[in-house]
Design a protein around this ligand. Structure first.
Ligand code: ADP
Ligand code: MG
Length: 264
């Protein structure tokens, strides 16, 4: 925890503060329902949200509140039912070119090596083999997996697998890094190390990502990592219940009444 508590101090050293940054992602009146056996299941009920350059935004809420759905809409992986999602002012039509995603369960292909898994995103973008190999090696080095290029996922610990997940996302140099509960499959210490390292890397500017959207149901994680916390409620369907600026007028104490009321 002590490593993580350094973050709020480091944040003030960022060149671009959240409030001043360019709007990278924006939703206006975003709704989403899924088609189910008994008709439409409404999941998001009108979300207005901005993600600006320089900020880490946590999407916090109970299971089923629509956090993953919102993240996927922002990434253009699922289409909105109504309303708009835009990246740098342009409405999305398909996958968001400015984002890359890190998943809770790592989503690595078990029959591919670390190197091959990391190269996947670049292949889709039409990179040639030598450039792919070099970019992947750099990303693998960045996440501390130098020397594991030829290993298969099953030979790695959970923490190392998620490092591969980070390398695969970062290799495409996303403008906005999207993370869906990236630490929740890891043990507490591994999660803490990985969080701390990621934030240090980001704040040191060693990869060019300008904003991070983190989905979590862990209040402590949201408080420690984010500049802004967006709380999604799920009744009757997902809407923004509240937003907090971290380290400003918002209590950092997870036991504060305001927090507990919001999460219930
Ligand atoms: P969270 O990430 O906050 O747990 P989700 O966005 O995963 O929430 O899910 C919100 C609701 O939408 C849940 O009721 C879930 O069952 C439903 N849902 C999610 N994905 C789909 C899908 N692809 N098809 C149908 N229903 C879905
Ligand atoms: Mg989810």
């Amino acid at each position: 925890l002590t490593t993580l508590l350094r973050r709020p101090l480091a944040a003030s050293a960022r060149p671009e503060r959240a409030v001043d940054g360019e709007v990278l992602l924006e939703t206006v009146g975003l709704t989403k329902s899924y088609a189910g056996a008994d008709g439409e299941l409404p999941v998001l009920g009108g979300i207005d949200l901005e993600i600006r350059a320089g900020e880490v935004v946590a999407l916090l809420g109970r299971s089923g509140s629509g956090k993953s759905t919102l993240l996927r809409c922002l990434a253009g992986l699922v289409p909105a039912s109504s309303g708009t999602v835009s990246y740098r002012g342009r409405a999305l039509n398909g996958a968001n070119p400015g984002t890359a995603m890190v998943f809770q369960n790592f989503a690595l292909l078990p029959w591919l090596t670390v190197q091959q898994n990391v190269e996947l995103g670049l292949e889709a973008q039409g990179w040639n083999a030598p450039d792919r190999a070099e970019a992947a090696r750099q990303a693998i080095d960045l996440v501390g997996l130098d020397g594991f290029e030829s290993a298969y996922p099953k030979e790695l610990s959970g923490g190392m697998r998620q490092r591969v997940g980070f390398a695969r996302a970062l290799v495409v140099e996303p403008d906005v890094l999207m993370m869906d509960e990236p630490f929740s499959a890891l043990d507490v210490l591994t999660a803490e190390n990985l969080r701390g390292e990621l934030m240090e890397l980001w704040e040191s500017g060693r990869f060019p990502t300008r904003a991070i959207v983190l989905v979590t149901h862990n209040i402590e994680e949201a408080v420690l990592m984010a500049d802004r916390i967006v709380v999604l409620g799920s009744r009757p369907y997902g809407t923004v219940q509240a937003t907090f600026e971290v380290g400003q007028d918002r209590p950092r104490d997870r036991n504060s009444p305001a927090f507990e009321e919001l999460i219930d």
